[in-house]
Design a protein around this ligand. Structure first.
Ligand SMILES: [Zn+2]
Length: 297
């Protein structure tokens, strides 16, 4: 059995899902019984979610990869002449340029470059266009990799991971519902004053998806409504928050054994997560969409 101090020490790695299965199980066991660790865990998860917020991400400018690709030399052979655009004058061997061709404001830089090229020549390197081309190609390849690195994972991937983690957490700490009720006239008003929006709450018990309750949760850097339904013994978490984007059709995907459905309609974005069969989640989603539309019109 893992000690409290050890769990506290491992929590950051647990939040980042970096631990082994056996460590994860031991931490989860401890979390079930330790309020202090639970609080620490919630804080760290929220911080981790905030750090993943769009404000902290840098998107590579559109067309960067294409520009780099175009600028990369195709096959550079010794003595081959690269397009001038790839080689700025300031880094060409100064001796190759007539003095008058150098802009005055670059004279300091030119002098430094000249000294440097002199040193390079002394060291026995051939400081020519081939080496410059190879250097440039390496540099551009590195920039290109950074561009690719920064562009993944995209928002959709990140949110999918986040809602799954959230779903799992709600089951782990046995904190599925803040308000336990099968009556939407109890669940919906419960969110009043807790969120700055009112989520649509639909009862689907006759269709085999009874409403269990609701709770406040935290997704994508904001407080959101979580509505809990059940399909037989499988809990379904439905996360709802307002969105400015247009209606989107649904996408269902399977990840880590969970089904995730995501769609946007009527100013709200919806993420449903469960371990039910994919067809069940599709049915759940279409019933919800249909009834929400009826309620709103
Ligand atoms: Zn503890």
């Amino acid at each position: 059995m893992m000690e409290h101090d050890e769990v506290l020490e491992l929590l950051p790695a647990y939040v980042d899902q970096e631990l082994s299965v056996s460590e994860t199980i031991q931490i989860e066991r401890h979390l079930n019984n330790c309020i202090e660790c639970q609080q620490d865990y919630v804080q760290q998860s929220q911080l981790s979610a905030q750090l993943k917020a769009p404000a902290f991400r840098f998107e590579a400018p559109a067309g960067l990869a294409q520009r780099i690709n175009e600028a990369l030399p195709r096959a550079v052979l010794p003595g081959a002449v690269l397009p001038e655009a790839v080689l700025p004058e300031a880094v060409l061997p100064i001796a190759a340029l007539p003095e008058a061709a150098l802009p005055k404001k670059q004279s300091n830089l030119s002098a430094r470059t000249s000294r440097w090229s002199h040193l390079v020549e002394k060291s026995g390197w051939r400081f020519d266009r081939f080496h410059l081309g190879a250097l440039m190609a390496t540099l551009l390849a590195v920039l290109w990799s950074i561009g690719i690195f920064l562009s993944v994972p995209n928002d959709q991937d990140r949110l999918t991971d986040e809602v799954i983690a959230n779903h799992v957490r709600s089951l782990q700490v046995d904190h599925l519902s803040d308000v336990v009720s099968t009556d939407r006239h109890t669940v919906k008003p419960w969110f009043n004053g807790k969120l700055n929006f009112s989520p649509p709450v639909i009862e689907l018990a006759p269709q085999g998806f009874p409403l269990i309750g609701g709770r406040l949760d935290y997704v994508n850097g904001h407080p959101v409504a979580a509505l809990i339904y059940r399909r037989q013994l499988h809990p379904i978490n439905l996360y709802v928050w307002p969105t400015g984007s247009h209606n989107t059709s649904s996408s269902i995907l399977t990840r880590q054994g969970y089904q995730v459905a995501h769609w946007t309609s009527g100013d709200m974005t919806y993420w449903a997560v469960s371990d039910v069969a994919a067809e069940d989640l599709t049915t759940f989603e279409s019933l919800l969409r249909q009834q929400i539309k009826e309620v709103l019109h």
